[in-house]
Design a protein around this ligand. Structure first.
Ligand code: GTP
Length: 837
């Protein structure tokens, strides 16, 4: 045992030993990146009939004696052997030991003890009498000289039940084996003893079921030393009997006698080498004979696997590299010198102003496609909010007919005016224009808010590291925008006041009095035409005749005064319900109305009945109204000869009844209001955005940079403003380190010795002074070239490469196993692609 320990794994051509440096490097890379994920190597399972030499092959590959072997001892439970690399120099890192899952915290340093525990644990579960169980035994072997890989030793296929074995033992074992080898990531070592009928190999049969295309099956022929005299496995090794994409390797393990005499693995390897040398039939098949060749083949498959997954790892790292580099750049470099800091501040101020301007103009790079931003929002506020709201306003909305009538009566003062003055129209239009003030000012406020929001969105990342500067800049821009808001509000005030100050009735778009009267008459006419016929009661008919008279006279006068009589037959459609007066006196004859004429401005001479005579007294003071007129008269008569006047009510309102003239006057007033209001509205819709753009938005664009420099570019303030919080310095340091690690990782991945030549050169393992192997590279799959039709031949020199066409040898990840030609190429001679890298 002592002697065996000194023959460490390092001296044997163990499985994956040449892949170790690469995998270690990858692990280092991912370790540094703080990621647990690393390359997952394929699992290797040995399958075959009972006593075919499976355990012996595994042991030889691991280079350790620890598995129960022997003619009467067999594998009866799956043994999952997890090799774990320990780091030399770490505590306990250079020791080799085993641990069982079922015996936690117990380390086995004696490998004979491990073997005994495997046997004991097998008996515990499967009984002592040949019973088989599918419950795994999990063994972890830690060693500085192994690759992190999992090997599975499976029970051998048996046909005749013995001992406690059930009658369907073969089916059970096959199912158990399949559950492991069907996994696309499982590499199958199909072990067939040379002293049995090779063509009927159970191992190849079951492997063929799990891996029909043969991308992950290696054929292993054991017991070449005990073949019938005169027979050999040459044709089999050459793949002439059952072709196999990854080919065959012939091995000579220790015999039972060797085991009994404790022959070491090292000695067994030497004996194996001698065997092949002394058998001329295998002389030219050196590349497919011996455990070292098997290890080499496996290494090469592992390398191929790593190569397959490497691009994915690289792209992950490069993506991380890009994002970390971006983050690092956002923290900028530390600037110590005064001049440097000054330049940095200037640069930030300029960039900010540019970014702000670009945002308004819609030219910033990070423009959103999911919502409106920057200048587009300003436009939206102007057009879709401000203009739209003004357009929806009806200037007569809050003016009742009574309001208008009262205004008209008030405007004529104490006398019956000769003309209906312009005063009521002006009073009312001013009142409506003044209503435009609030939305206009609100619009300016909205734009101001937008600009503030934009300023917060400018250079968010870049200014993260300078919170003091950010605060100062925010203060400056807030003040500046507030200062810009004032003149725009003043301007808006002026615009509205100008409109109120001079009512330009000569505006070309203004309807004018004559046209308004004409239209009003048409409206009243069509309204009457639609109204029910005259009422029968005498009072109403009296009124009707009175108003008829008055209209007639007005029409006459109008004709005389203006010389402009409207066509009596004109019956134009009403301009709309909005303009219709709501008077109660609807029974005026059509004729009288049509004769009303264009009498605007001379209503005072339209007739004797002054509509203002019909006073409706306030209900709070109605002494006269409470009793009929006759009674009032009687009481007056009863009184002395003195004539008493009733007290005027404190609040006087026009009477409820409207004369025709009033109706027309109301309609005319409304027409004039609407017409003029439209003019003003257009002006305001145009001028307010202009004022806001000029005094606030564009002023900010023009002046912001200057203001920044004036307020913030002060020598004594620069250092303070460019102060970074500790957290930023820490983040910068961390991202810088991460960037370095990622760059290193990227380079390391690029420089991994995965090229054919370096791998081939490096395969020869020599030990240095410390006894550790000097591994210069890995064996390459390119060393295997297709020779002739159905076989692989080993060409030791790269010069012998006949083809460099890529293949999928050793690609154990499921997507890497193409199955396009599976049926044809699976195990058919002459269809194998060249294995190359
Ligand atoms: N002469 C000779 N004997 C071998 C060779 N390989 C294996 N043996 C012997 O064959 C017997 C069975 O070997 P194992 O390695 O236990 O075979 P196994 O396939 O693991 O057996 P089970 O687990 O029972 O299926 C042992 O006595 C080995 O010493 C070989 O190449 N040559």
């Amino acid at each position: 045992m002592e002697e065996e320990k000194s023959v460490s794994l390092t001296n044997a051509p163990t499985l994956g030993h040449s892949v170790i440096p690469i995998v270690n490097k990858l692990q280092d890379i991912f370790g540094q990146l703080g990621s647990q994920s690393t390359i997952e190597l394929p699992q290797v399972a040995v399958v075959g009939s009972q006593s075919s030499g499976k355990s012996s092959v595994l042991e030889a590959l691991v280079g350790r004696d620890f598995l129960p072997r022997g003619s009467d001892i067999c594998t009866r439970r799956p043994l999952v052997l997890q090799l774990l690399q320990t780091k030399k120099g770490q505590e306990g890192g250079d020791q080799e030991f085993g641990e069982f899952l079922h015996l936690p915290n117990k380390r086995f340093y004696d490998f004979n003890e491990i073997r005994r525990e495997i046997q004991a644990e097998t008996d515990r579960e499967a009984g002592g009498n040949k019973g088989v169980s599918d419950k795994q035994i999990r063994l972890k072997i830690s060693s500085p000289n192994v690759l992190d890989i999992t090997l599975v030793d499976l029970p051998g296929i048996t046909k005749v039940p013995v001992g406690d074995q059930p009658t369907d033992i073969e089916a059970r074992i096959r199912t158990m084996i399949m559950s492991y080898i069907k996994l696309p990531s499982c590499l199958i070592l199909a072990v067939t003893p040379a002293n049995a009928d090779l063509a009927n190999s159970d191992a190849l049969q079951i492997a063929g079921m799990a891996d029909p295309d043969g991308y992950r099956t290696i054929g292993i022929i054991t017991k070449l030393d005990i073949m019938d005299r005169g027979t050999d496995a040459r044709n089999f090794l050459l793949g002439k009997v059952i072709p196999l994409r990854l080919g065959y390797v012939g091995v000579v393990n220790r015999s039972q006698a060797d085991i009994n005499t404790n022959r070491s693995i090292k000695d067994a390897l030497i004996a194996e080498e001698k065997f092949f040398q002394s058998h001329p039939v295998y002389n030219d098949l050196a590349d497919r004979c011996g455990v070292p060749q098997l290890a080499k083949k496996l290494n090469q498959i592992l390398v191929q696997h790593i190569k397959t997954v490497l691009p994915g790892l690289k792209s992950r790292i490069s993506a991380a590299l890009v994002s970390v580099a971006k983050e690092h750049a956002s923290f900028g470099e530390i600037t110590e010198s005064k001049a440097g800091q000054g330049a940095l501040l200037l640069n930030i101020l300029s960039k900010y102003s540019e970014a702000f301007t670009s945002m308004i103009e819609g030219k910033n790079e990070e423009m959103s496609t999911s919502e409106l931003s920057g200048g587009a929002r300003i436009h939206y506020i102007f057009q879709n909010i401000f203009v739209k709201s003004l357009e929806e306003v009806d200037p007569c909305e809050d003016l009742t007919d009574d309001d208008i009538r009262t205004a008209i009566q008030n405007a004529t003062g104490p006398k019956s005016a000769l003309f209906v003055p312009e005063v009521p129209f002006e009073v009312l239009i001013r009142r409506q224009i003044s209503r435009l003030m609030d939305p206009s000012l609100q619009c300016a406020r909205f734009i101001y808010d937008e600009l503030i929001k934009m300023s917060h969105r400018c250079m968010v990342n870049e200014l993260q590291r300078f919170p003091v500067l950010r605060k100062c800049m925010d203060d400056v821009i807030n003040n500046f925008l507030r200062e810009g808001l004032e003149p725009s509000e003043t301007m808006i005030g002026h615009v509205i006041e100008m409109e109120m100050d001079y009512i330009n009735t000569s505006h070309p778009n203004f309807i004018g009095g004559s046209k308004a009267v004409e239209t009003a008459l048409q409206q009243v006419n069509s309204f009457k035409a639609a109204a029910p016929g005259p009422r029968k009661d005498s009072a109403d008919s009296d009124k009707a005749s009175a108003s008829d008279r008055s209209l007639k006279s007005r029409a006459l006068l109008a004709r005389q005064v203006n010389g402009n009589v409207p066509d009596q037959n004109v019956r134009l459609a009403a301009e709309g319900e909005r303009g219709m007066p709501t008077g109660t006196n609807n029974d005026t004859s059509k004729k009288s109305v049509s004769n009303g004429g264009s009498s605007w401005g001379i209503s005072s001479i339209f007739g004797g009945s002054d509509s203002r005579m019909a006073i409706k007294e306030n209900s709070t003071s109605k002494p006269f109204n409470e009793q009929p007129f006759s009674e009032n008269l009687q009481s007056l008569e009863r009184a002395s000869s003195m004539i008493h006047l009733r007290e005027p009510p404190s609040v006087l309102r026009p009477s409820e009844t409207h004369s025709d003239q009033e109706n027309i006057e109301i309609a005319v007033t409304k027409l004039l209001l609407r017409s003029y209001y439209d003019i003003v509205r257009k002006n305001v819709e145009d001028s307010v955005p202009k004022a806001i753009m000029h005094f606030l938005v564009n002023h900010t664009k023009r002046e912001l940079h200057n203001v920044f420099i004036k307020k913030l570019y002060r020598e004594n303030m620069i250092e303070e403003m460019l102060q970074e919080p500790d957290e930023v310095a820490l983040k910068r340091k961390r991202t810088k380190e991460m960037l370095r690690v990622l760059q290193q990782a990227f380079r390391t991945l690029d420089e991994l010795p995965l090229e054919a030549e370096s791998i081939e050169r490096g395969y020869s393992v020599s030990t240095d002074q410390t006894g550790l192997p000097k591994i210069r590279g890995l064996p390459s799959s390119s060393m295997y070239t297709s020779s002739g039709s159905s076989e692989y031949s080993y060409s030791p020199s790269p010069k012998n490469h006949r083809s460099r066409k890529s293949s999928h040898s050793g690609e154990l990840q499921s997507p890497s196993f193409p199955n396009g030609d599976s049926k044809a190429s699976g195990r058919t001679a002459g269809m194998y692609p060249t294995i190359d890298v």
